[in-house]
Design a protein around this ligand. Structure first.
Ligand SMILES: Nc1nc2c(ncn2[C@@H]2O[C@H](COP(=O)(O)OP(=O)(O)OP(=O)(O)O)[C@@H](O)[C@H]2O)c(=O)[nH]1
Ligand SMILES: [Mg+2]
Length: 307
């Protein structure tokens, strides 16, 4: 299983190479050149402008106050700052479930971010926790999409309700929820077609899927999870904003964090969107999903980053 932090995502090594931890520099204070280089490093690692400025200002302040006198103190101070920045609203470990009936989880996002894989990962996780899970293959748009999810379903021995290619995704979602209720399922997870946040018709279709699910089961969907590719930086932030305008999101899942040096996107997303990060995607198998934890993420970002 790919592990978060096993690659080069950490920024500490790169920060250190900027001579930041030179004790002299810490005592003298950081000069404009140091700060600019640090700023640049954070921007390059996809922290985004707001989080970058926050971190640089924090560093500057700590050094000016003289509260940081050693490498270890600097590491601890930055780690704590990142943890606080990453900590969010209540962040349930797993899927929110209603008192009766199945929890309905709708998974959305732009093309190729990892939605279908994430549906399989979530199903596997919940199944292993002892829940009965049913999948809904509501990507009737892309050729092969239904077969892709059905293959995952078969491998995991999880039932799957599928639509016809070119059919109405809202109808598939409706059927999946209905089957979930009839069969006494604990969770119904619905995969949707990739869509760009700029495609008005497809975004309207998404709003319809949400409405139709609600008609079948009041309060559903209980979870609307937006999948974002963690390697696309500020684009992911923009996608999050625009999807959230169309459907209320209950969480974000950030994928492809295995094998990227740009883990700052997680901080940018947390900072710039008011939606909790719920899970991280760390590879291509069903095992590669991890609940998001601010402290752990801060630790990983503060790893040296050398492979
Ligand atoms: N390395 C890595 N690859 C991933 C991760 N999640 C998904 N992928 C890969 O990304 C590619 C696209 O994944 P899908 O799950 O098909 O993405 P999708 O969003 O459903 O794509 P569309 O339905 O075409 O919009 C596949 O090759 C996956 O194996 C991840 O966390 N890490
Ligand atoms: Mg898909």
């Amino acid at each position: 299983m790919a592990r978060l932090g096993s690659k080069k995502i950490g920024i500490w090594g790169r920060l250190k190479r900027l001579a930041l931890t030179d004790v002299g520099a810490l005592v003298r204070g950081l000069n404009a050149g140091d700060l600019e280089q640090i700023e640049q490093l954070l921007i390059e690692a996809d922290f985004g402008v707001a989080a970058t400025l926050d971190l640089v200002e924090f560093l500057e302040g700590e050094v000016r106050k003289g509260s940081v006198k050693s490498e270890a103190q600097l590491h601890a101070a930055l780690r704590e700052r990142l943890r606080v920045m990453l900590a969010g609203p209540a962040n349930p470990d797993d899927i929110v479930r209603p008192i009766t009936g199945p929890a309905v989880v709708l998974v959305l996002g732009v093309n190729g971010v990892g939605k279908t894989t994430t549906v399989a990962k979530l199903a596997w996780r919940l199944k292993r926790a002892g829940m009965n899970v049913l999948l809904g293959a509501a990507d009737t748009w892309r050729a092969g999409a239904v077969a892709q999810l059905e293959l995952w379903a078969e491998r995991m021995a999880v039932p799957c309700v599928s639509g016809k290619a070119g059919g109405d995704p809202a109808a598939v979602a409706f059927d999946a929820v209905e089957a979930g209720v009839a069969r006494g399922m604990d969770v119904v997870i619905i995969d949707t077609a990739g869509r760009l946040h700029t495609q008005d018709n497809l975004m309207t279709e998404l709003a319809k899927v949400v409405r139709v699910i609600g008609r079948k089961l009041p309060d559903a969907p209980h979870e609307v999870l937006l999948v974002l590719d963690g390697t696309v930086g500020q684009n992911a932030v923009q996608q999050g904003r625009l999807f959230a305008e169309v459907v209320p999101l209950t969480g974000l899942i950030v994928t492809k964090l295995d094998g990227t040096a740009k883990g700052g996107a997680v901080v940018a997303l947390r900072r710039e969107l008011n939606v909790p990060i719920r899970f991280l995607g760390l590879g291509e198998t069903v095992e590669d999903l991890e609940p998001f934890d601010a402290g752990r993420m801060a630790d990983i970002l503060m790893e040296s980053g050398e492979e």
